[in-house]
Write a protein that binds this ligand. Structure first.
Ligand code: ZN
Length: 398
C-alpha cells in the first residue's frame, strides 16, 4: 500500500477557526496558501487572461488547472511531450493540477459507453473513437507533468438513486485502486514530464502528487463508504466529486457538512467544480481547502462581473454613463482604471477587451476574497467575515 509518510506534498494547517482551516500546501512548485481558488485553464490557457496577469500582484494565482481530456484530444500527448511537458509548453512555472478527464467523458452523456475497463467515446475534435481508462488517465497526466494528479473516477448524476450511486461508487473505488497502481509505476520510470519548467533548467526534486475522489451522489451512507475506501487506498489529498451536477444546493451542503469534517485532517480537501463566491465561503466554513470553478472566467466573457455587492451585468442600460468602477472596494487594475460605462461600451461593441477586462476583475475578486478568508481565519475573525460578506452580497438584490 501507498506510504503516506512519503507524500510529495507537505500540508500544514496553521490556523483553525471552527471547521475553517488556513494552511500551507508545499508542492514541488512552491508554496500555496489555503484555502485556495484555482483558476481553470482547460485547454492549456485560462481563457481571456495572460500568464503574466495570473502571476501579477492583482491575482497572484499560485496554482491553475489543466484538463486531461481536452489536452489529450488536442494537441495530444505526443505534442506536449515533445514540447517538454505542460509547464514548458504553456510557459507557466507555478503549480498545475490536472483533472483526470473522468468528469468530461461522463458529461458526454449518451455519447459515451462506460465499462469496467474504462470509458469509450467519440472525440469532439475529430470524431475518432477514443478510450479513457484509469491507466490512460495516469499516463496522460504523467506526460503533462502536472504537480497534482487526480484519479480517474466515475460520477453519478446528482439525482442518482441509491442503487445507481452504489454501482458508481464501487466502480470509482476499483478505478481509484488502478489509478494508484499505475501512478506509482509511472513515478518510478521517468514518465513524469513536469520536472522541467520554462525557466528551470534543473529537474525539480519532488514527484507528482495524487489525489483521490470521494463519490456517492447525495447519499450520506455512500459518501461515508466512499471516503473510507478512498482513504484506505491512501492519497496525498482528497476531493469531494460529483457535486454541482444538477442536484439541489441543499444536497450539496448536506454532503459537504457530512464528509468534509471526516476527511483526513492532515491532507488537503478539495471541493471540485465549486462555485460562486458565497459557495466558497460556505465550504471553507465546513473545512474545505481547495476550489476550482469556471465561473469567474466564463461569466467574464459573457458580460457578468462578480462584486462584493453581488453580480453585475455589464450589458444593463443603467451603466451607460456610470463613472464608477465595477466594484468600489476592489483594488484590481481594471477597477483602478476603467468605468462601468466604458466596460459596457466595449461589451456592446463586441470588443474582445470587454471579456479580457471582466475576466481579470472576476479572477482578482475571487482570489482576493480567498486572501481575506485566509487572513480572517488566521486572526480568528472568520465567522464575522463570513456574516458580513454574505450580508453585503445579498444587499444588492440581483
Ligand atoms: Zn476589480
Amino acid at each position: 500500500m501507498h506510504n503516506p509518510k512519503k507524500s510529495p506534498i507537505n500540508f500544514e494547517v496553521i490556523a483553525q477557526d471552527g471547521e475553517a482551516r488556513a494552511g500551507i500546501l508545499n508542492t514541488r512548485r512552491g508554496l500555496i496558501e489555503t484555502p485556495v481558488f484555482m483558476p481553470v485553464g482547460t485547454a492549456g490557457t485560462v481563457k481571456g487572461i495572460r500568464f503574466e496577469e495570473l502571476e501579477s500582484k492583482d491575482l497572484d494565482a499560485r496554482i491553475i488547472l489543466g484538463n486531461t481530456y481536452h489536452l489529450w484530444l488536442r494537441p495530444g500527448v505526443e505534442t506536449i511531450k515533445a514540447c517538454g511537458g505542460l509547464h514548458r509548453f504553456i510557459g507557466w512555472d507555478r503549480a498545475l493540477l490536472t483533472d483526470s478527464g473522468g468528469f468530461q467523458v461522463w458529461s458526454l452523456g449518451a455519447l459515451r459507453k462506460i465499462s469496467e475497463e474504462g470509458t469509450e467515446f467519440r472525440s469532439h475534435v475529430d470524431g475518432s473513437l477514443r478510450f479513457l481508462s484509469p491507466e490512460v488517465a495516469m499516463e496522460v497526466q504523467a506526460a503533462l507533468g502536472s504537480d497534482i494528479v487526480m484519479v480517474f473516477d466515475e460520477c453519478a448524476p446528482g439525482k442518482a438513486t441509491h442503487d445507481e450511486a452504489r454501482a458508481s461508487l464501487e466502480l470509482t473505488a476499483r478505478w481509484a485502486k488502478r489509478s494508484r497502481e499505475r501512478f506509482d509505476q509511472l513515478q518510478g520510470d521517468g514518465s513524469d514530464k513536469g520536472a522541467i519548467g520554462p525557466t528551470q533548467p534543473e529537474e525539480l526534486s519532488g514527484a507528482q502528487a495524487l489525489f483521490g475522489i470521494v463519490q456517492g451522489a447525495g447519499h450520506r451512507d455512500l459518501r461515508h463508504e466512499s471516503l473510507a475506501r478512498t482513504v484506505e487506498i491512501g492519497f496525498d489529498g482528497y476531493a469531494i466529486g460529483g457535486l454541482s451536477v444538477g442536484e439541489e444546493k441543499s444536497v450539496m451542503w448536506d454532503v459537504v457538512d457530512e464528509v468534509a469534517p471526516l476527511m483526513p485532517p492532515g491532507r488537503p480537501r478539495y471541493l471540485m467544480g465549486v462555485g460562486t463566491p458565497e459557495d466558497l465561503i460556505e465550504a471553507v466554513a465546513r473545512g474545505v481547502d481547495m476550489f476550482d470553478c469556471v465561473l469567474p472566467t466564463r461569466n467574464g466573457r459573457t458580460g457578468q462581473a462578480f462584486t462584493s455587492q453581488g453580480k453585475l451585468n455589464i450589458k444593463n442600460a443603467q451603466w451607460t454613463e456610470d463613472q464608477r468602477p465595477l466594484d468600489d472596494s476592489c483594488a484590481c487594475s481594471v477597477c483602478q482604471r476603467h468605468s462601468r460605462a466604458y466596460l459596457r461600451h466595449l461589451h456592446q461593441s463586441g470588443e474582445m477587451l470587454a471579456g479580457i477586462l471582466l475576466t481579470h476583475h472576476n479572477l482578482a475578486f475571487f482570489l482576493d476574497t480567498m486572501r481575506r478568508v485566509r487572513q480572517s481565519i488566521r486572526s480568528g475573525d472568520f465567522p464575522k467575515f463570513r456574516r458580513k460578506f454574505i450580508e453585503r452580497l445579498s444587499a444588492s438584490g440581483e
